[in-house]
Design a binder for this molecule. Structure first.
Ligand SMILES: [Zn+2]
Ligand SMILES: [Zn+2]
Length: 428
């Protein structure tokens, strides 16, 4: 396809967006008013699937509880996934706690569903060739553990993140690249591109000793708190072995201690997140954590059991696809309004996808009030809903029309095997 053809497609898309401007924003408001926590996005799923089906796009529903996938195109050729988070989080306002879309995920679902509708209306996927899938993923926020543990015990989910369950089920096996977006907390800029997200893992070390009267026979006891304390020291020394740029963060807490003040503690639980900017460093830090815990316990004649909960991988975005997105941002605003290469301390399960498949999650500014707080408000609807729709539509067209942009991981299967074995694994 030559450049003139592509430019006329862009014009066609822009006029479609203008025509539906109010409806796109109204759909965003409707989803914003429907905040549901992870794996409980029942209404959200209904709104999205009815919208797509009414527009002639069939959906598979109920994936990993509430997830949706809808495909456009022949199933052949380059295959782009438009991936949207669905869930809200709890916020507090004084004494009240309630679910609220203070991470802006409702914007993602609204915009990506509209991108699908406009692709369908324009017939562009058939004209350009290839396949585009809308994939709405439940439970991105890493919260509400008791409920999710219940689901896991009932066999309804295997992991606390929607994307992780969907990856295991093969929902992404035929996808070549992932396009997604997320609100950022910036003001004064409009977008961010090629930002990284930190990865994290969750560790629980249970130190087990022997209880004894602390005044009469302390020497017959084995103090589990001593083991946990020794481990705390070892962990803070261990942090010194990582250079600053790895972003290693580790803040252990003692989350429980058995007994009372006249008893040598028999069981102590030490918990920590470990965060790092790269997968290699994160895996090394995880191994070192285990060694610190096990050997601190051994040194004092204690036992130590380590329980791992799967966290999220660090996100490294696809540079090639990021460049395409960036070009279309420049058609909306000047370069100074686009922040580049932010190293964020935040995490997301899009990190896992980005390891398996070339992925982009660009950021857009639109917020008044802090992200994740009850003060969050969508102040710039034009940027949140309209500009993002334009960028995504144009990027999809570029990727379908230009074979030289169609990056993919040829070693997806090897990556998935490593991922299943070394990341989603659990040791008890
Ligand atoms: Zn969030
Ligand atoms: Zn979020």
């Amino acid at each position: 396809m030559n450049k003139t053809d592509l430019l006329s497609i862009y014009e066609e898309l822009k006029s479609l967006i203008t025509q539906h401007h109010e409806e796109i924003i109204a759909f965003g408001r409707e989803l914003f008013a429907c905040p549901e926590l992870g794996f409980k996005e029942v209404r959200t799923s209904e709104i999205l699937s009815s919208f797509l089906e009414e527009n002639g796009i069939p959906c598979t529903k109920g994936i990993a509880m509430t997830g949706i996938r809808a495909d456009l195109g022949s199933g052949d050729g380059y295959h782009i996934a438009l991936v949207a988070d669905m869930d809200a989080i709890y916020v507090r306002d004084g004494a009240k706690t309630y679910p609220y879309h203070s991470c802006g995920h409702s914007i993602q679902t609204a915009v990506l569903a509209w991108v699908m509708k406009l692709l369908k209306d324009s017939g562009l996927v058939d004209r350009l060739g290839g396949t585009v899938s809308f994939i709405a993923t439940p439970a991105e926020e890493f919260i509400d553990f008791e409920y999710r543990e219940g689901l896991r015990q009932e066999g309804k989910i295997r992991y606390f993140s929607g994307k992780q369950n969907m990856i295991e089920q093969g929902v992404f096996d035929d996808i070549d690249c992932v396009l997604s977006m997320h609100i950022n907390g910036d003001s004064g800029t409009l977008f961010d591109i090629r930002s990284t997200l930190a990865g994290f893992m969750v560790k629980k070390a249970i130190f087990k000793g022997l209880a004894a009267h602390s005044g009469v026979i302390p020497h017959l006891g084995r103090n589990a708190l001593h083991g946990a304390n020794l481990c705390m020291n070892a962990l803070s020394y261990m942090k010194d072995q990582f250079p600053k740029e790895t972003g290693l963060q580790l803040h252990p807490v003692i989350s429980s201690c058995s007994g009372s003040v006249n008893i040598i503690p028999e069981e102590v639980v030490l918990e920590s997140y470990i965060r790092a900017n790269t997968l290699d460093e994160l895996m090394i830090a995880g191994e070192k954590f285990d060694l610190c815990a096990i050997h601190s316990a051994k040194a004092l004649g204690l036992e130590c059991e380590i329980i791992n909960e799967t966290g999220y991988m660090p996100l490294a975005q696809s540079k090639e696809i990021g460049d395409v997105v960036y070009e279309h941002m420049l058609e909306i605003c000047e370069d100074a309004k686009i922040v580049k290469n932010v190293v964020s301390g935040a995490s997301g399960d899009v990190g896992d996808l980005g390891y398996l498949i070339p992925a982009v999650q660009f950021g857009f500014a639109a917020v008044k009030g802090r992200v994740h707080s009850c003060e969050f408000e969508i102040a710039d609807e034009e940027n949140a809903y309209i500009n993002t729709t334009e960028i995504l539509l144009k990027t999809v067209c570029d990727l379908l029309a230009k074979p030289e942009l169609q990056v993919k991981h040829e070693d997806y299967l090897t990556r998935k095997e490593f991922y299943m074995k070394n990341w989603l694994q659990k040791e008890h």
